[in-house]
Design a protein around this ligand. Sequence first.
Ligand code: NAD
Length: 464
Amino acid sequence: MDGMMKSETQGFASLVDRLRAGFLTGKTRDITWRREQLNNLKRFFDENEKEIFATLKQDLRKPDMEIYSSEYDFVRKDIDHALKHLSSWMRPEKVSTPLSLLPAKSEIVREPYGISLIISAWNYPIQLLLAPLVGAIAAGNGAVLKPSEMAPATERLIAEKIPDYLDNDLFAVITGGVETMTKLLEIRFDHIFYTGSSHVGKIIMAAAAKFLTPVVLELGGKNVAVVLADADLAVTARRIVWGKFNNAGQLCVSPDYILVERSVEEKLHQELKQAVSQFFGNDPQQSADYGRIIHHRHFDRLVGFLDGQKIAVGGEHDREDKYIAPTILSGSRFSDPVMQDEIFGPILPVIGFDDLDGALGEAARLPTPLALYCFTKDKAKGDHVFEKIPSGSASLNDVVVFMANRNLPFGGLQTSGMGAYHGQHSFEAFSHKRAKLSRGFGGDVSIRYPPYGEKTIGLLRKMV
Ligand code: NAD
């Protein structure tokens, strides 16, 4: 068995060696090659639209609208954006040169890292694997793609189809679970891009440290939506309910819980309840617009959170169908088990507060939000909330939609991750900024060389 494991690791190592040899041919430096790979990836979407929708339904029973907007169209638009801007992103960035170094030219050149290992989570199994790949290709890298084993239908589709579209000298798909990951992490990659839990994020970073491999970690956190008394509660409730129960709450930027000013707590509860029944009807299990929990282990963990809680909305569950109703808890406390870690499911605790700063202080002690939300008409109060809780991103009066703006970097902070991507930020995430200084042979002043005299230091002092 031990021998078998070793030989599998060796197999992965020779695969990465082969891809690195492909990288070292220099072909990825050519913009034509990058455009070709991006266009081929787009063709994967165009030619497999039906299969993509079917596999995502099989894995997560996602509604068509969510598949289209957050998986299918999301990555296609990312590809179009990269194709449109690629030549300007690739252009060396000119920077000024201090007088003391003239004549010279200074530039920052974006260099590909080499072969990246891209590991995806299961909740958006197409987007989270292929959106980073867009950045990897745009920046001229090769990659090993590791789809999530928790979304098996999508994993199969990726493994079967993607190799038909990409340059196999530079790209490969490896499937498998924790054992496969453990072996993969024994190998030196030039870059690792990981999306998943903070717990596994630490394992990835420790493995990368052995080789000093740079990492981007896209993790999760305890995202809070702070609702102040002056907010439009009907709009607030609709936006929160939409963001929370999208993909049955299995969304890394969904509001994990609500902190609401006590004076409007009751009214907010009424609006939340109304939004749930408006969106999903009296029996959300029958709604075509409501998803399912990925697997039974996660289902059991989520249902466990309901013990001893006051359920304001929902609470029903059906293990066989992996269904948990959109559920809202009232009178929750920071000490409740459901408040200790990211929920990542359709359970929304609501905590009322009288003292804003006290509540924000408690929220700031929880795992760092990937996304922080505040609802108020007073921008200054919103900024106050944003100052008190560190987070990967911050949105005023809406949830989740900031992700649709490719000009904004998407990434976490502290326990919710490091590094960011989307749009040009993806290109940057997969590029090393190489400093390049070019001089001629003229202007070779003798005072820079020993023996240094008194005059040299005097001159340096004057030069600033
Ligand atoms: P996970 O970290 O449990 O698993 C991700 C992958 O890591 C697995 O598919 C597996 O192959 C591998 N893995 C698991 N255990 C491992 C181990 N011990 N050693 C080596 N590899 C191991 O995450 P998940 O359950 O797929 O996703 C849920 C988490 O991902 C949530 O915390 C969520 O917030 C986060 N997430 C973050 C983003 C983001 O963009 N920041 C997006 C989606 C999900």
